[in-house]
Design a protein around this ligand. Structure first.
Ligand SMILES: Cc1cc2nc3c(=O)[nH]c(=O)nc-3n(C[C@H](O)[C@H](O)[C@H](O)COP(=O)(O)OP(=O)(O)OC[C@H]3O[C@@H](n4cnc5c(N)ncnc54)[C@H](O)[C@@H]3O)c2cc1C
Length: 390
């Protein structure tokens, strides 16, 4: 197809955040929307993630968005008018507190969640074992649980947005890398790519972990970098070995079973990073340190999983921001240049953050609050506090 040199809006990045943004821009009323993706949709963090979602956050903004995302995932096929099964599985997150202070925080979180229409609850050991039989959690102090939290398939969900976007007329340019920007009088004027230039007054940088690098092409300091995180998957076994998402923030782990039977387990890099490739060079790869460390958690928590073989191990990039919160909004320095970065929760927040950014661009206001996520907060010395992250 021949290259078209103009667009009403250009979105950079074909992961969940970018694909959803492009879809909603078009759906809400922007006529000519182009998405440029250096590789293929879902080839970045999205296709490598655990694809879990939750409303069990400790901050009001995150609870609001988390809840909205669950509503969206539960009805995604109708919402997108597309016949795709995203393999949604909802049997809750069972959050584990190992200290009194963690459990005190859970109590505050649950109170706030309940006040915002999320009927999560605190559980004792017996109740936790009813949800997830056979786990060894004798050393835990307490638990919180919300049954609508869950997980889905990241590739299919990203593809659902890709297909829906294409059907309503978004032009998706694969293998197209943004290499620079045209600017003039403090406003973005176009995107330069390896395939050619596109003149436009609106750019959305949804390049996830690479958003800082993409911003730098326009001379902007977007505070986002990549941090490598690993996951492992076991051979499939009968469903029920770990029917809920078992998660702790300290120690940091998450373990769950996909409907096809594999148990997936992951954790942050700080505890095992020693042998790994440098964390600032965006190198992917899998480390023995992770495997040893993560297998230790699985073996301890789920005795029935001890004999299982690990069949796959991989890594992906978290899109890390200074306070581990989203970075969303229009640049104060370069008008028309928008950023939509999730702060390492882009699978779950993508559908709603994409819609909110599109609403803001088209209507100037949003139906859910996202203004707090603007990155000018860092220059103003404000960090957002979210107690429920590792
Ligand atoms: C192991 C792991 C587990 C995770 N688990 C979860 C989870 O359970 N739930 C959750 O919500 N999140 C999870 N995350 C985080 C989640 O994966 C990311 O926050 C999310 O995928 C970010 O989506 P995105 O669309 O912003 O970025 P990406 O999916 O990375 O998409 C960005 C795209 O931009 C493209 N790009 C980059 N530079 C350019 C350029 N110059 N020109 C054109 N295209 C470019 C890239 O090729 C890429 O495809 C996890 C991440 C990892 C690594």
């Amino acid at each position: 197809m021949s290259w078209k040199r103009t667009a009403d809006a250009v979105v950079i990045g074909g992961g969940m955040m970018g694909m959803a943004t492009a879809y909603y821009l078009k759906r809400i009323g922007v006529n000519d929307v182009v998405l440029v993706e250096e590789n293929t949709p879902a080839s970045g963090s999205t296709g490598r993630c655990a694809a879990s979602f939750r409303a069990q956050w400790g901050g009001a903004l995150n609870i609001t968005l988390g809840k909205a995302c669950i509503d969206r995932f539960e009805h995604l096929a109708e919402h997108l008018d597309i016949n795709l099964d995203i393999q949604l599985y909802q049997n809750g997150y069972l959050l584990v507190a190992y200290t009194e202070s963690q459990f005190e925080q859970f109590k505050k979180n649950v109170e706030l969640q309940n006040s915002m229409g999320v009927p999560s609850k605190l559980l004792n050991h017996a109740e936790a074992l009813e949800i997830c039989p056979g786990i060894e959690i004798g050393d835990a102090v307490g638990f919180s649980y919300y049954k609508r939290d869950g997980h889905a398939d990241p590739m299919i969900t990203n593809f659902a947005y890709y297909e829906a976007a294409r059907r309503i007329g978004v032009r998706v340019e694969k293998f197209t890398k943004a290499t620079g920007f045209k600017v003039g009088f403090g406003h973005v004027k176009g995107v330069v790519t390896n395939k050619g230039e596109v003149d436009t007054d609106i750019v959305v940088n949804a390049a996830g972990p690479w958003a800082g690098r993409v911003g730098a092409l326009a001379g902007l300091n977007i505070p986002v970098k990549g941090e490598r995180h690993e996951l492992m998957a076991t051979e499939p076994v009968d469903f029920g070995v770990c029917p809920t998402m078992l998660m702790s923030f300290e120690p940091d782990y998450y373990i769950f079973q996909r409907p096809h039977g594999s148990i997936l387990a992951g954790c942050g890099p700080s505890r095992y990073r020693a042998e790994a490739a440098p964390f600032d060079d965006y190198a992917l790869g899998a480390s023995w340190n992770f495997m040893e460390h993560m297998a230790g958690h699985v073996n301890k928590l789920i005795p029935r999983a001890r004999e299982l073989r690990v069949v796959r191990q991989w890594s992906g990039m978290y899109d890390i921001t200074p306070d581990l919160q989203p970075v969303i909004g229009e640049s104060d320095e370069l008008k028309g240049f928008w950023v939509n970065v999730s702060g390492a929760r882009g699978f779950m927040f993508g559908p709603v953050a994409g819609e909110m950014v599109a609403e803001k661009i088209v209507n100037g206001h949003t139906s859910l609050p996202i203004d707090e996520f603007h990155w000018r907060r860092y220059a103003e010395g404000r960090f957002l506090v979210e107690p429920s992250v590792a």
